[in-house]
Write a protein that binds this ligand. Structure first.
Ligand code: HEC
Length: 136
């Protein structure tokens, strides 16, 4: 009984700290998809001044941190591969953030494969019917 109470209180504290607002699907559509596109297609409209580089930097930072949002209690589907896959996104996003700060477009393009791998690794494991939809 005592042990159960401790577990219960620990669980309450863990979920009580965070207040997830969007679903995983909403994070994908409103945060992860648009910000990753800014990096995947950076060549279409190459940043040419401080302001435009600032926007790329913002997208990369948002994308990197979105990996942390996926790991939050209440969102993480498990403590194994889900966490590993989310960390892949944090790592790729962090590298892109550094490249954006250095205004290095080639470095961002070179990260595309790593970034796509972070999406597809998780989608193959956790996104239902993923194989039947067009690749993303
Ligand atoms: C840690 C796991 C994980 C990572 C990393 C991840 N996704 Fe997802 N994604 C999912 C899951 C799970 C779904 C299905 C969500 C649902 O239907 O509830 C999904 C769905 C989506 C959808 C469809 C959303 C909808 O409901 O129509 C898009 C678009 C998407 N992801 C884009 C991306 C992109 C782009 C990346 C990489 C930059 C990425 N995702 C990385 C887990 C992940």
């Amino acid at each position: 009984m005592f042990i159960l109470a401790i577990i219960f209180i620990a669980a309450m504290q863990q979920t009580g700290t965070y207040q997830p607002v969007g679903t995983v699907s909403q994070l994908m559509i409103d945060i992860i998809y648009p910000t990753s596109d800014d990096l995947f297609y950076i060549e279409r409209n190459p940043p040419s001044n401080e302001h435009e580089w600032g926007l790329i930097e913002r997208s990369a930072l948002t994308l990197a941190e979105s990996g942390n949002l996926l790991m939050m209690p209440g969102r993480a589907r498990d403590q194994g591969d889900w966490i590993k896959d989310s960390k892949m996104l944090v790592d790729a996003g962090t590298a892109a953030f550094k490249a954006a700060k250095a205004k290095d477009m080639n470095a961002i393009l070179a990260l595309n494969d790593q970034l796509v791998a972070s999406c597809t690794t998780c989608h193959m494991q956790y996104r239902q019917n993923y194989r039947r939809r067009p690749q993303q």
